[in-house]
Design a protein around this ligand. Structure first.
Ligand SMILES: [Ca+2]
Ligand SMILES: [Ca+2]
Ligand SMILES: [Ca+2]
Ligand SMILES: [Ca+2]
Length: 371
């Protein structure tokens, strides 16, 4: 299963609006889409109540040593605090608000703006942030997850990285994309550091981010649920294990998208250097100087250290660390079919402008074309 079928079908909003007929006189009744702010406020109340009345299986996780390999097999289980099922002495999730820096578990709330003038509260329960790489909203991400509504009914889950992964985190609400709350939750975590193979062919990921994200319907499916389990305006919960990330390069200029937008947003002047209609990560000439970005940088690849082929990712990474030029940045390490690895880098020449080093592909005064 994957999230592709849980996209926000924008067109269906219009379909719903015209699909209800009045049997009496044949007039078309328009099923009104509710006000986003009103629903957001209502959802926030529901979520806060949930956080006060639910706990997770914190006794199964070693918080004293988060990197303990035993934690790599931890699966989050959420349940209701109640006398009936004998869990009235459990600690509610809401207790983990306002933890001191670095103390886990921790419950965080961030305000997400999706451009409709509503401030959506997204709640993230971090059990372990993750020991691997940070994730940028423009990345692809591979994630294990379980999606449910507040009463605990599961509408989707993925327990192994397979078909449909990794997700494009950028393509919100379009083919291959995810709901915006899913993306905004994922980027709060870091990836695994690797994996170990069990004898039976299954994998255990190591050091991955583990947690739960709870979102109002405005960051989920709002009025157009993509599953019969989900009602209109239902908040959503995703239990997450964040496994890996990979680069995108939507404008094929050789510069990975996450480097073109290190802060992940596309709202600042720095996100559209030449001020045209295209933000940097979809603009093949970022500074508008007539020289394509791919000609102002130089893509390089290494298959060996000068003598021996790279037989592990670690070898290729170590070679980069020891040998990269000052203006050379790491792009990726690619596994080849013959079991070796290829290191991809990018040379990004820069020029000092008012005491600041600016890449030439972002500086229209410099038009040097590289080989
Ligand atoms: Ca690019
Ligand atoms: Ca531009
Ligand atoms: Ca240029
Ligand atoms: Ca330039």
């Amino acid at each position: 299963m994957n999230l592709r079928k849980f996209l926000i079908p924008i067109l269906s909003l219009f379909f719903i609006a015209f699909s209800c007929k009045d049997d009496d006189d044949g007039d078309i009744l328009v099923a009104e889409i509710r006000d986003s702010q009103e629903v957001s406020d209502e959802n926030d109340e529901e979520i806060l109540t949930y956080l006060d009345t639910h706990f997770f299986n914190y006794e199964d996780f070693d918080f004293a040593d988060a990197s303990n390999p035993a934690n790599d097999e931890f699966i989050i289980v959420l349940d209701t605090i109640s006398a009936i099922n004998g869990t009235q002495d459990k600690t509610p999730i809401s207790n983990y608000f306002n933890q001191a820096d670095g103390v886990y578990p921790r419950l965080e709330v961030k305000v997400v703006d999706i451009g409709d003038d509503v401030d959506y509260n997204l709640y993230t329960l971090k059990i372990r942030e993750g020991d691997g790489d940070s994730i940028n909203p423009l990345d692809l991400a591979a994630v294990l997850y379980e999606g449910m509504i507040l009463d605990g009914t599961v509408f989707d889950s993925q327990v192994s990285i397979g078909v449909g992964q990794p997700f494009s985190l950028t393509a919100v609400g379009t083919a291959g994309g995810v709901v915006s709350g899913f993306r905004e939750g994922i980027i709060e975590f870091k990836t695994s550091t690797g994996y170990t193979e069990n004898g039976d062919g299954s994998l255990v990921y190591n050091g991955h981010g583990i947690g739960t994200v709870i979102m109002p319907s405005g960051l989920g499916y709002f009025a157009s649920p993509a599953s019969t389990v989900i009602a209109q305006y239902n908040p959503l919960i995703f239990n997450l294990r964040v496994i890996s990330r990979s680069n995108t390069d939507y404008d094929l200029d050789g510069v990975p998208s996450h480097i073109e937008h290190p802060d992940g947003d596309i709202t600042g002047e720095e996100d559209n250097i030449d001020g045209d209609l295209l933000v940097n990560f979809i603009d093949n000439d970022d500074d508008g100087d007539g020289v394509l970005t791919r000609d102002e940088v130089q893509q390089k690849e290494y298959e060996d250290d000068g003598t021996n082929q790279f037989m592990t990712k670690a070898e290729a990474k170590a070679y980069f660390t020891a040998n990269a030029a000052a203006d050379e940045i790491f792009i990726s390490i690619e596994a080849e079919l013959d079991g070796t690895y290829t290191l991809h880098t990018l040379v990004v020449p820069s020029t000092m402008v008012n005491g600041v080093s600016v890449p030439n592909y972002l500086n229209s005064d410099i038009t040097i074309e590289l080989e």
